[in-house]
Design a protein. Structure first.
Length: 688
């Protein structure tokens, strides 16, 4: 573990703050351009950035055309670079600046990497556009035409060539590669090889004049390159000050990470400005570990990678002070915050669940379904999936044999909701009171409750859960039907289900890879879009009432003194937090301290006002102590004591890239492992 670990500093959690400077330039005035470059760099250093990239040929301006053949300009560019080098001596931030350089009697369009008074490397442009408005081959030579691999510049011997990686010795995941503008517009960009050679950050110094539709295409290009290379991609572009003799410039800078948008600069800005992005270097590394085809690609292209040089430097970014994340961390990683994307997600998940159930019915030749309906969230959504499956198969919804089974703690509210929901769906609705059979079981067990004593232990609870599932299986036998499971991913992760003949078991579970937070939105989406389309309001009102119902197993009677009902979240923590914890454990394998850091970024009051008012759950805020306590519950329940339940779950469809807990799919783990290392790592999180 790092000796300089500071929980409140993003670099301690393998993030890095990168920046793109878009200076207002002066054509053919390198001295002025260097001064503005230095000013922006000092600003970025003060903000804690570890790297700043500038536009292509930024010290000269890109639009100099044949002025690049003038010695006075080229000499002035080297003097400007010397000024940048001098200014960098006391700076930890790495600068990547664009400048024309003479090497081996040829002129190259170069990116120069500068830090602490050192020229770490010079990368010439590989692909020179010579079409449309571009005539770069008139002035410059391609990197492939270079004969030197080292050059002498400003009194230093500097690596020269396109195949270079720059690695921070004190930040193992921070390794970057540089390419220039047109390089990324080609079928196989040099950054592909840079990524395979180990670069986690891909930097592009671009000029890129603006035309109609080009901004959108840049987004697509950068997003796809970052996704394909499993890397962060930092893209610059020239802005105000470039010559508009025949072209215009918008200064669009972009930062992406593994295909995910992180930041964008203001376009057509009049003044110099910087855009920042906090990139997750560990996420990049873990995605490459998980996606084994990335390693296979590196092996396949081993010949092309042999020429890469690794240039090391010391980042030396201080971690003594707090440096919180400036990037948005979604509170609900399984649920898009944007309304339109959320509706699209809900429609797709619902369709996946329905298609999977349809296929199971077709393959088995079974035409009836048995399902228990409690009037709560999970069974409601499972019933909605069953209804749509019957519609798709052209079978009557009466083939859904739905049973509500009140027990010792069933409330009048949930029982009424179950009845109204079944009526709205149009299924065959039945009611079975399980209390007599439970009482007989408790009597056979010699349980104190059978003698009139109010003992509400785990046996008392599981007798009810077991009786319900036992009834469902026997009803399925009797009716030649298939039992549909209702338990969700969140419950499975926390072991919040009764093993064996309980809610743990079914013939097919449509909800098993859907987390509780997403099910909430799915039910709302079905209600608002009228998916089940029966008479009246199509069940909308009862579904909305279910969404407002306290989540409870309803296995223990309400308190005789307070009237409080049994609350699931008071025992295992808020599902909105536990789903957050689950996502980052299951999808990325992050350590507890990093998950807590992300949770603090997402759930602190700094994010207040970012969520729509129609969802009261999204307005919650949690102090660090609450986040830590909830994460401890998750770690204890997930890593120790619950895996045996996950090792034998029924078949169920995987619905999202957030993962599933099927032992046949995303998650394979021993049932008798220990949670010690996770609990010890959690101790790195302060109490407040």
């Amino acid at each position: 573990m790092k000796n300089d670990f500071n929980f409140h500093n993003l670099y301690s959690h393998d993030f890095a703050r990168v920046a793109v400077g878009i200076p207002r330039c002066l054509v053919a005035d390198p001295k002025a351009n260097a001064a503005e470059t230095i000013r922006l760099t000092l600003e970025a250093e003060a903000r804690g950035a570890g790297l700043i990239a500038f536009p292509e040929l930024g010290l000269s301006a890109y639009s100099c055309d044949d002025l690049f053949h003038q010695r006075a300009l080229l000499d002035a560019c080297e003097e400007a670079l010397a000024a940048v080098l001098q200014a960098s001596r006391e700076l930890a931030i790495v600068m990547v600046v664009g400048v024309p350089l003479r090497v081996d009697h040829r002129l190259f369009n170069c990116a120069v990497v500068v830090q602490r008074g050192r020229l770490l490397g010079i990368v010439p442009k590989t692909y020179l556009p010579n079409y449309g408005e571009f005539y770069e081959a008139r002035q410059f030579n391609s990197a492939d035409q270079a004969t030197s691999t080292e050059i002498s510049l400003l009194g230093q011997t500097v690596p020269f060539g396109a195949q270079q990686i720059f690695s921070a010795a004190d930040m193992p995941f921070f390794r970057f590669h540089v390419e220039i503008c047109e390089d990324v517009w080609t079928p196989i960009p040099p950054s592909c090889y840079g990524a395979l050679a180990g670069a986690t950050v891909l930097v592009n110094l671009s000029a890129s004049n603006v035309t109609v539709g080009k901004s959108r295409y840049r987004h697509q290009l950068v997003a796809q390159q970052s996704a394909r290379c499993l890397a962060a991609y930092v893209y610059s572009s020239a802005g105000q000050g470039e010559s508009t003799t025949d072209l215009a410039w918008d200064g669009q800078a972009l930062i992406y990470e593994n295909g995910e948008f992180i930041a964008e600069s203001a376009r057509f800005a009049m003044d110099s400005h910087i855009v920042y992005g906090d990139i997750d270097l560990e996420r990049v590394s873990r995605e490459r570990m998980r996606q084994t085809s990335f390693g296979q690609s590196a092996q396949l292209h081993a010949v092309q990678l042999r020429g890469f040089r690794d240039n090391t430097f010391i980042a030396g970014i201080g971690r003594a002070k707090a440096l919180p994340l400036e990037r948005r961390v979604e509170r609900f990683p399984y649920v898009p915050a944007d309304h339109s994307r959320r509706d699209e997600r809900c429609e797709e998940v619902y369709s996946i669940q329905v298609q999977a159930l349809v296929q199971r019915l077709v393959s088995s030749g079974i035409k009836k379904l048995v399902i228990g309906v409690s009037g709560g969230l999970d069974s409601t959504h499972a019933l909605l999936v069953c209804a749509k499956a019957m519609d798709r198969l052209g079978l009557p919804r009466a083939n859904i044999l739905a049973y509500t089974m009140p027990g010792f703690a069933t409330s009048a509210r949930t029982l009424d909701q179950a009845r109204h929901l079944m009526d709205a769906v149009g299924c065959t609705a039945r009611e079975i009171d399980i209390r007599p059979s439970c009482e007989q079981m408790l009597k056979d067990l010699g349980h104190p409750y059978a003698e009139g004593k109010p003992v509400y232990d785990v046996t008392f609870e599981n007798v009810q859960a077991g009786e319900r599932t036992n009834h469902l299986f026997r009803l399925a036998n009797h009716q030649a039907a298939l039992v549909v499971g209702t338990g969700d991913l969140s419950e499975l992760a926390l072991g919040w289900c009764t093993y064996g003949v309980g809610d743990h078991m079914s013939h097919y579970n449509v909800n098993a890879s859907v987390p509780k937070t997403l099910i909430r939105y799915l039910v709302r989406w079905v209600a608002e879009t009228g998916q089940i389309g029966q008479a009246g309001d199509g069940g909308r009102e009862v579904m909305l009432a279910i969404l407002d119902t306290e989540i409870s197993p309803e296995l223990v009677p309400a308190s005789a003194t307070t009237g409080a009902i049994q609350s699931t979240e008071s025992t295992i923590g808020p599902y909105e937090l536990q789903d957050f914890n689950l996502y980052y454990v299951l999808r990325y394998g992050f350590a507890p301290s990093k998950i807590a850091f992300l949770a603090q970024s997402a759930w602190s009051d700094r994010t207040k006002g970012e969520w729509p008012d129609d969802e009261k759950v999204t307005r919650n805020e949690y102090p660090l102590a609450a986040l830590r306590a909830t994460l401890r519950i998750f770690v204890q329940r997930f890593f120790k004591g619950s895996q045996f339940k996950r090792s034998c779950v029924p078949n169920a469809p995987k619905v999202g890239n957030g993962g599933s807990l099927s032992p046949r799919g995303d998650w394979r783990a021993p049932s008798d492992s220990d949670a010690t290392v996770w609990l010890e790592e959690l101790e790195r999180v302060p109490q407040a």
